[in-house]
Design a protein around this ligand. Structure first.
Ligand code: FAD
Length: 461
């Protein structure tokens, strides 16, 4: 007789493992199928390895700036092999820890490719053997893959995706990054810091185009200081990899030579075609369609994370996992406001935002006031020589409440949780005490400024 579970989750990335553990905590018997490594994209070739490399790169830059802090350091250089080894060890450690954590919750790990063959029935294919299992409810958390451009097909050697970019054997002398979004800009910082000549080519008019315009402009200026060239409003039409150094050809006719070409133009949801066919699963392009309870068109089959193409963020997947875990175990929850899921980019300097951007407010015709505060006017930021950037807070004048915060600056991804709590604040924010001197004062000051109550900004004329 085939094994049976109350809930089977397909995919063990942030969405999948979180849903599996939460279902188990709610008393269900749970299996989680994984065809690759436990932890999914985020742990194995996404959030964690990229942040490990960024941290090494940031350390190197800090040491190079030591003289400005009155510290003489003879020299500093990247030991790429050690940076890679450190990153791999971090990933391996978390993978082991996560495997143990999942098992400690009595969730059964089902290694192999899982395909739903009929509602409630799943086959698991692993190393030549196929087993069949039964599931009361199924949660699809199958993730995403890098989008390939027809003119620049991945060859895994010269034209690469973020996966290969995280594990190059050597620091390339030069790299063209096609796409100035989150992943492209983060990898640009890593490689520029360790000495590669990096050029970003972005088709839209600015880097990080989903954020307010000032963000892209500021980041482009800061990137210039790192030696990163940003070619915006430019398209790559083809790449010639016949010679050792690739020739990247732009629509303008310009040719850039580069040892590596990283194509980072976004990610596309992934779901097994066999599953889609067997269930007649409703799709919207490559994303699985779901309702506000994250249930697909097939009763008892839910989908979350990158596979539904909502946030393409690990914590977006976590948030969706919470909802489906409740719904798959007898509850009735709906997904809340996606704008309350923070957005974070770990560039030098970092970018973070939550709620509505100024541009989104404009598009909606909202009457808003925007408060600003700058790191160069903050005591702690100056002490740390981390003065680039600003925070802007958007007040809805109709409700008199803060509805959005956008930040660019050192470690602002650590401040965005506080900004989340600030959403909905009124001018009473002036009464909240923030420690002095801290970088967080810039956040308070921006919110105060949105009410015309900033202490340290000059009066607006
Ligand atoms: C370079 C990079 C950096 C990133 N940095 C960040 C960051 O800093 N912060 C952030 O929030 N997000 C980041 N992301 C995005 C983040 O990794 C994803 O949003 C997140 O991993 C999505 O989680 P998920 O559970 O939906 O899918 P995934 O993590 O992709 O996991 C899906 C899993 O399902 C498995 N699977 C698929 N099909 C099957 C099947 N048929 N049978 C069995 N198993 C299957 C896959 O093997 C995979 O392990 C980054 C992504 C990349 C590429």
């Amino acid at each position: 007789m085939s094994e049976s579970f109350d809930v089977v989750v397909i995919g063990s990335g942030p969405g999948g493992y979180a849903a599996a553990i939460r279902c188990a905590q709610r008393g269900a018997t749970v299996g989680v199928a994984e065809k690759n490594f436990i932890g999914g994209t985020c742990l194995n070739c996404g959030c964690i390895p990229s942040k490990a490399l960024l941290a090494s790169a940031h350390t190197l830059l800090s040491i190079k700036h030591a003289a400005l802090m009155g510290v003489d350091v003879a020299s500093a250089s990247a030991n790429w092999a050690k940076m890679q080894a450190r990153k791999d060890a971090i990933v391996a450690g978390f993978r082991k820890g996560l495997t143990g954590l999942i098992q400690s919750h009595k969730v059964k790990i089902l290694p192999g490719r899982a395909v739903i063959t009929a509602p409630g029935t799943i086959k698991i294919e692993a190393e030549g053997s196929t087993t069949q299992i039964q599931a009361g409810k199924i949660i699809l958390a199958t993730g995403s893959e890098p989008i390939e451009l027809p003119a620049l097909p991945f060859d895994g050697r010269t034209v690469i995706s973020s996966k290969e970019a995280l594990g190059l054997d050597n620091i390339p002398k030069s790299m063209v990054i096609v796409g100035g979004g989150v992943i492209g800009c983060e990898m640009a910082c890593v490689y520029a810091a360790v000495g590669a000549k990096v050029t970003i080519v972005e088709a839209l008019s600015r880097l990080i185009p989903m954020e307010d315009e000032w963000v892209g402009r500021l980041i482009e200026r800061e990137f210039k200081k790192l030696g990163i060239d940003s070619l915006t409003s430019q398209k790559v039409t083809s790449v010639d990899t016949a010679t050792e150094t690739a020739k990247v050809i732009l629509e303008s006719g310009q040719t850039i030579e580069a040892e590596k070409v990283l194509v980072s133009v976004g990610r596309r949801p992934v779901v097994d075609k066999e599953t889609v066919g067997a269930l007649n699963l409703g799709m919207s392009d490559s994303a699985i369609s779901v309702n506000d309870k994250l249930e697909t068109n097939v009763t008892g089959v839910y989908a979350i994370g990158d596979a539904i193409g909502t946030t393409f963020l690990a914590h977006g997947a976590f948030a969706e996992a919470e909802i489906t875990a409740v719904n798959a175990t007898g509850g009735d929850e709906k997904i809340a406001d996606y704008s309350l899921i923070p957005r974070a980019v770990y560039t030098f300097p970092e970018i973070a935002s939550i709620g509505k951007t100024e541009q989104a407010c404009k598009n909606e015709g909202l009457d808003v006031s925007v408060g600003k505060s700058f790191f160069k006017a903050n005591g702690r930021s100056v002490a740390h020589n981390e003065t680039a950037g600003q925070i802007s807070a958007v007040r809805d004048n109709a409700t008199n409440r803060i509805i959005g915060v956008t930040m660019v600056g050192s470690m602002v991804t650590e401040l965005i949780g506080a900004a989340r709590l600030l959403l909905g604040s009124t001018e009473k924010i002036t009464e909240v005490s923030f420690p002095h001197p801290t970088v967080s004062e810039v956040l308070k000051e921006a919110a105060e400024d949105a009410f015309g109550l900033s202490l340290h900004n000059p009066p607006k004329v």
